[in-house]
Ligand binder design. Structure first.
Ligand code: AMP
Length: 115
């Protein structure tokens, strides 16, 4: 995808603070962190969201990277939350599949009211 910011990060054409990388997956710090630990984990190949016919083995690689990133960020023991916003109602703003890993603080127990 020519104008996808996350594709450009995956290709190292746009700078990011990379936490983890392998042949298929890259994880980097969210540019606008919502909590002390806020890292994004993406497949390097472009898929719009988790429901975009992503090959199961690639989904497995993305979710396997969650554990690696949680350890790298020091939250594997304390706990964390993963979120994959998908589509309009999911409030997805970057349309390249990504998993938010959130932690480093005690997270709210549930979502607030819709706005
Ligand atoms: P979402 O709303 O789930 O699509 O989340 C997109 C996330 O990408 C937001 O948390 C943004 O802060 C983050 N983001 C957007 N552009 C960049 C970038 N260039 N580097 C790192 N994070 C980004």
């Amino acid at each position: 995808m020519n104008d996808c910011i996350f594709c450009k990060i995956a290709a190292h054409e746009v700078a990011a603070q990379v936490v983890y990388e392998d042949d298929d997956v890259i994880a980097f710090e969210d540019v606008n962190p919502q909590v002390p630990v806020h890292t994004l984990i993406i497949p390097k190949q472009h898929y719009a969201h988790v429901g975009d016919n992503v090959p199961p083995d690639l989904l497995g690689k993305v979710f396997s990277a969650v554990r690696v990133v949680a350890e790298a960020k020091g939250v594997a023991e304390s706990g964390y939350r993963i979120i994959a916003n998908s589509g309009e109602d999911g409030r997805q703003t970057v349309h390249h599949l990504h998993v938010h890993l959130l932690g480093g603080t005690r997270l709210p127990i549930r979502m607030g009211p819709a706005d």
